[in-house]
Design a protein around this ligand. Structure first.
Ligand SMILES: [Zn+2]
Length: 309
């Protein structure tokens, strides 16, 4: 995948601007199948068709919750969305945040001895690979749950359980490529409003926010013990996911043109766009969604990159 925007090596995050309180900014997922009313107005602020569009018979497409009266209006709304995402206005900027080194943190808590830390560091140096936590478990006999607990303290996040995992039911939440590339594992949906997103040893706040914006669900990120995470992650990658298209455009205007063509052809009930690291994730709803997780057949993903950025 080509580089859309130079990624800043990141340890932590900070909001780009002060966001609205959590849970109040997210629109519901599309539940209606047609244009709400004959007199619904075009959602493009620059729409040039005036009152004439009231006579247009089309009931779709919708872009970010708003009906568009023509291909030109779809293109203008997409153009605004692409500009917003490339600007970083829709997301968060990654900044460096100091974290206490894992070995030091475990030493301070009395979970390992100085000799164990020295041994694990030596193994890591000799092999030139692997994370310190893995060497502490493999060579020094440190219980894995203590390493996971320490990672949770390091990231200030909970350690999440992996019980009654339903990978097939959760697969429509995220494209398979993201699970694979960013090491994420949707764990479960609670109360129809909250989704727990698990990681093995480091969180991905950018992916978590993107999922929040696409799904309308609040995302709670946490760590899952590695020996539980790995088999569950491998199982989930075997599931069926919504159809996905990889779209590489030469420029932002070329991307808008390509997306407009697809949206005008498919006439989705809604379209949402969020940036995830170096790519733009566009999700189209082709059928109404009846619960917190869409049906696999009701959504379609387009993962876009721009070559010239
Ligand atoms: Zn219009």
């Amino acid at each position: 995948m080509s580089v859309l925007i130079r990624r800043i090596p990141a340890q932590g995050i900070s909001p780009l601007s002060s966001p609205a309180p959590r849970g109040t900014i997210l629109p519901p997922y599309p539940q209606r199948a047609v244009r709400g009313s004959l007199f619904e107005t075009c959602s493009n602020p620059g729409c040039a068709s005036g009152w004439l569009h009231l006579w247009r018979s089309r009931t779709a497409p919708f872009v970010e919750g708003g009906w568009t009266c023509s291909a030109a209006c779809t293109a203008q709304r997409l153009q605004a969305a692409v500009a917003r995402e490339l600007d970083g206005r829709g997301g968060i900027v990654e900044t460096h945040r100091h974290r206490v080194p894992l070995g030091l943190l475990m030493l301070e808590h009395g979970w390992i001895t100085a000799a164990q830390l020295r041994g694990a560091l030596a193994s890591q140096r000799e092999q030139g690979s692997g994370r310190l936590g893995q060497w502490l478990v493999a060579r020094e006999g440190v219980p894995e749950r203590l390493v996971t607990r320490a990672l949770g303290l390091q990231w200030s996040c909970p350690v999440l359980p992996l019980e009654a995992h339903d990978p097939e039911g959760l697969a429509p939440l995220l494209p398979r490529l993201f699970l694979d590339a960013f090491g994420a594992l949707p764990l479960r949906v609670a109360a129809g409003r909250l989704v727990y997103l698990g990681f093995e040893d480091r969180l991905d706040p950018v992916l978590a926010l993107a999922l929040e914006r696409i799904s309308g669900l609040r995302v709670e990120s946490g760590l899952v013990q590695g020996s539980l995470f790995q088999p569950a992650h491998a199982r989930m990658l075997q599931c069926d996911f919504p159809p996905v298209e990889l779209l590489e455009a030469a420029s932002a205007p070329a991307l808008v043109t390509a997306l407009t063509r697809r949206i005008e052809r498919m006439r989705p009930l809604d379209t949402r766009m969020v940036r995830v690291h170096d790519c733009l994730w566009v999700r189209l709803w082709t059928a109404p969604q009846n619960g917190p997780v869409p049906d696999r057949a009701a959504v379609q993903d387009i993962l876009c990159t721009i070559a010239s950025q």
